[in-house]
Design a protein around this ligand. Structure first.
Ligand code: FEO
Length: 396
């Protein structure tokens, strides 16, 4: 038994809650699952906006039929071709053989790569419109949110923004579907983790998209993952502006790699010392225990980043190396950085963290601390300087 959620007269939300998939993109953990959203408009003409991952819902076609009533599906609008949204296109075109597929030039390139040559393509350009009767769709090209073909579809009469991946989140919709039906705070961390893992690399393009959306009145933001925003769409727009402009909180994250506890012990001592200098928002993570997706999200959130690594075969610890590679890849900016580590013979952790620091061009607040062996109190004298420098940088 299923019902589709009504967004406004003739506009429906069709949702699949996927609690079986454990890794998004076979990479990012989904402890709370993920929701695939798509949308159906039933007017003189009918349109489905996006689909869902292939095989994620055996009732998907019946759900569309439910909201179509006795009508056929006239249009399938493809905002995004990543398979979590395009995977069921083949089922839709099989069921509605005359459906017209609406996308842009880039959409069709990827579509052909996935499904071969399909008939009934309507290629739209930025700003073009399509009337469905009393509803009217306007297409806004938003490349690289999150692939090159990505676009948004704006329904101009009810001011509904079908935004694709943008403004989405990990996590299933557990009963509540709209932002006024849930405790939004529950979703915020997963929204930021989703943003930083999936869209964050293209933050400059997010900024361009936000400029494009500026001035457009929006009653609902309808993404393809997570909550639909109707009470306070401004909240998620503001968060995207903050995250994509690399603004962060007055907070410090300490992330360490430790084999025998020496670097871990330094991490705790550094965190405590920064706390004593008045910083209240500090988090400490073991890079070998916490998945890199959470660490990327925390680094994005915090203005201060303290990275520590033991030496490992004259390099830094491989798990810290992985984190550093990801942070470089994502182009994380505007951080205050401090580095520490320990070694048993000729080092390598701090030496290689310094190469990372040079590559990402973050603002180093102090000299690194590299300790031979056990970090006894006499060897930790420089931590006070590091803590003060970091606290000063955070409060600035
Ligand atoms: Fe949710 Fe880029 O796909």
């Amino acid at each position: 038994m299923f019902v589709n959620n009504k967004i406004s007269e003739g506009v429906f939300h069709i949702c699949v809650n996927d609690r079986r998939k454990s890794l998004f993109e076979n990479l990012w953990p989904l402890p709370n699952g993920v929701a695939y959203n798509c949308y159906l408009i039933n007017d003189e003409k009918t349109a489905l906006i996006d689909t869902v991952e292939s095989g994620s819902d055996l009732d998907f076609i019946q759900k569309i039929e439910l909201s179509l009533g006795d009508k056929e599906l006239d249009y399938l609008v493809i905002n995004h071709m990543e398979p979590d949204h395009s995977g069921s296109i083949k089922d839709v075109v099989k069921r509605w053989k005359d459906v017209k597929i609406v996308g842009n030039k880039q959409t069709y390139k990827i579509l052909a790569g996935y499904l071969g040559s399909l008939p009934n393509l309507i290629e739209i350009k930025d700003g073009e419109e399509l009337s469905l009767g009393s509803h009217n769709l306007k297409f806004i090209l938003t490349p690289w949110l999150h692939w090159p073909e990505t676009m948004m579809t704006y329904e101009t009469t009810k001011e509904l923004l079908f935004s694709g991946d943008a403004f989405g989140s990990y996590g299933t919709l557990d009963g509540g579907v709209f932002d006024d039906e849930v405790r939004v705070e529950y979703y915020l961390d997963e929204m930021r983790r989703y943003y930083t893992n999936i869209v964050g690399k293209y933050s400059n393009m997010v900024q361009k998209a936000l400029v494009k959306l500026n001035g457009i009145s929006v009653s609902h933001i309808c993404p393809v993952h997570g909550l639909i925003w109707r009470k306070n769409p401004a909240q998620i727009l503001a968060l995207y502006d903050k995250w994509s402009s690399h603004e962060s909180d007055d907070a410090v994250v300490v992330i360490y790699a430790s084999m025998y506890g020496h670097t871990e012990s330094m991490a705790d001592h550094i965190a405590r010392s920064i706390s004593l200098k008045g910083v209240k928002d500090i988090r400490v993570y073991d890079v070998s225990k916490t998945h890199v997706s959470y660490l990327i999200s925390e680094v994005w959130r915090c203005k201060g980043v303290v990275l520590g690594s033991c030496a490992y075969n004259t390099e830094m610890h491989p798990n810290m190396e992985h984190l550093c590679t990801e942070l470089t890849h994502y182009g994380v900016k505007n951080k205050k950085l401090a580095i520490f580590g320990s070694y048993s013979w000729n080092g390598g952790g701090v030496r290689n963290l310094l190469k990372f620091a040079e590559a990402v061009k973050w603002d180093s607040v102090c000299e690194p601390i590299d300790i031979l062996g056990r970090p006894t109190m006499d060897k930790l004298a420089e931590v006070a300087v590091m803590a003060q420098s970091m606290a000063d940088a955070i409060k600035k």
